[in-house]
Structure formats: structure tokens, C-alpha cells
Design a protein around this ligand. Structure first.
Ligand SMILES: [Fe+2]
Ligand SMILES: [Fe+2]
Length: 274
């Protein structure tokens, strides 16, 4: 069982930021803003899925995972709240979040699926976020020039994603979910996530009047498609999930643990699920 604590960020999130908040770089700002726009709706879904999964578990499995699920829900609820504040600033700048209602509608259409499908979708998304989190620790230049308070927000979220990366996965196993559906769900979630983020990034760039600028797309190429970029650099880790004996704890989370130790003055512990 993983011990998960809930942390309250001690940073100012009331002061607005500019549209190109990520170091003045149009693409990096639009892309990370799109990610942030996907979080509140996604994180609500993860919380609902693992809560439903816990209810469906027989004893003693339910008891074994209950405390960890409580910590997972506490962390995701905090992410959801903080990113809603972040997204509020984007909305005030005129950015329109079309990803959220589209994803919410899709989730509603799939609501009647077996609880294992929802937990599998959550485990797959958690793998993708943990993969990006690990990448962020290896590539601080992705947030280069960004205000320290916003860097803290992103790195804190990344650290907690690495920390709770196995909760939904362990629940899926405890529910008796198959390897075949676990892998199918990763492919489905990856496709939908890529489409959603691409559409929202383009919409954000359009609003920022930077969609047709050469510098926008050179930045995109550097961030996503360079040799160790966010997409090319994560292929191996994405594929690792396909192995029958994969487990999220096989991933190295030492960088995120180090970040949490080095930045303990930037958050307060509000709950310890020990
Ligand atoms: Fe999160
Ligand atoms: Fe998460």
C-alpha cells in the first residue's frame, strides 16, 4: 500500500498571469494551458471511478485499498481545485475551454460501462500523467522562464502524479480486470487524450493569434518531437504498460520524491493517511 498525503500549496494563485505565462513562449503556454483545461473534468472522473471501484471490491481487498484511495481522492481533489483557479485566469483572458464539456459528455455516454472499464481508463490516464510527470523532472526547460509560483504548481502536481501512479492500477487488478482490456483502454485513452489536447491547444493558439507563426511550431517541434521530447522521449515508457507483468511501481520516482523533499516549505501537509 502507498501512503499518500494531501498537501496544501502555499503559493499565490489569486494574481492573474499573462496569456503567454510559460516563459513568453506561445506554444508552451497554449499546450500546458490545454493540459490544465483537461484536469478538473478528468480528475473528477478519476475520483468517481476509484470510489465506485472501492465499493465494488469484496472484503478484505476493500479494506486493504481504502486508506490509499482516500489519499488518492484527497490529492486529485486538491489538483482539481487548484487547476480550476488556474483555468479561471485563462477564462478571464478570453480562452474558451471546449475540451471540458466534450469530455464530460463522453463520460456521461460511457457511464453505464462496467466499473472495471472506468478504473482501467483511470489507470491508463494515470500512466500517461505519471509518464509526463517523470519527463517534466528530466526537462525543466519545459517551464523555462515561467513565474516561480506557476513552476511550483506544475511540479507539485507532477510529483503527486508520480506518487499515486499505482492506486488505480492496483484497484483494477483487485477487481479482476484483464490484461487485454487494460491495454485496449490505454490505446483508447491515448487517442482521445491526444485529440482533445491537440484541438484545445490549436484553439488556444488561435485566441493568442500565434497559430500561424513559425516560432510557434518550432517550439512545438522542440517540446514534443525532439529526440527526448514529450512524445518521442516517452515512447518506451508508454509501451512498457503493454507488458503483462507491468506495474507502475517499476517506474523510477526518485526525482519527484527529491522535489517534494527540496520544496517542503512550499506546501503544508493537511492530512496524512497512515
Ligand atoms: Fe492530478
Ligand atoms: Fe492522478
Amino acid at each position: 500500500m502507498t501512503q499518500l498525503v494531501v498537501r496544501k500549496l502555499l503559493i499565490d494563485l489569486t494574481t492573474p498571469f499573462p496569456a503567454r505565462w510559460n516563459g513568453g513562449d506561445a506554444f508552451r503556454s497554449a499546450f500546458f494551458s490545454a493540459l490544465s483545461m483537461s484536469f478538473p473534468v478528468g480528475e473528477q472522473y478519476f475520483m468517481d471511478s476509484v470510489r465506485a471501484g472501492l465499493k465494488a471490491l469484496p472484503e478484505p481487498e476493500r479494506q486493504r485499498l481504502a486508506v490509499e484511495v482516500q489519499g488518492f481522492v484527497g490529492q486529485e481533489a486538491t489538483h482539481r481545485r487548484i487547476h480550476a483557479l488556474f483555468n479561471g485566469h485563462l477564462q478571464a483572458l478570453g480562452f474558451i475551454n471546449t475540451l471540458e464539456p466534450r469530455a464530460a459528455k463522453r463520460m456521461q455516454q460511457n457511464a453505464r460501462l462496467d466499473v472495471r472499464m472506468h478504473v482501467a481508463a483511470t489507470a491508463a490516464t494515470e500512466h500517461i500523467t505519471a509518464m509526463f510527470a517523470d519527463w517534466m523532472f528530466r526537462h525543466p526547460e519545459a517551464l523555462e522562464g515561467c513565474e516561480p509560483r506557476l513552476q511550483t504548481l506544475w511540479m507539485w502536481h507532477a510529483a503527486e502524479e508520480a506518487e499515486h501512479c499505482s492506486t488505480a492500477f492496483d484497484m483494477y487488478l483487485a477487481l479482476g480486470g484483464s490484461h487485454e482490456w487494460r491495454v485496449r483502454m490505454l490505446r483508447y485513452i491515448t487517442t482521445m487524450f491526444a485529440l482533445d489536447i491537440t484541438r484545445q491547444t490549436i484553439r488556444n493558439l488561435w485566441h493568442d493569434r500565434s497559430l500561424f507563426k513559425w516560432s510557434t511550431w518550432t517550439s512545438a517541434a522542440r517540446l514534443l518531437f525532439s529526440k527526448d521530447g514529450m512524445i518521442r522521449g516517452n515512447r518506451a515508457m508508454w509501451r512498457a504498460y503493454l507488458a503483462p507483468d507491468f506495474h507502475p511501481r517499476q517506474q523510477d520516482t526518485s526525482a519527484s520524491e527529491q522535489w517534494l523533499r527540496d520544496n517542503s516549505q512550499r506546501y503544508a501537509l493537511v492530512g496524512q493517511t497512515v
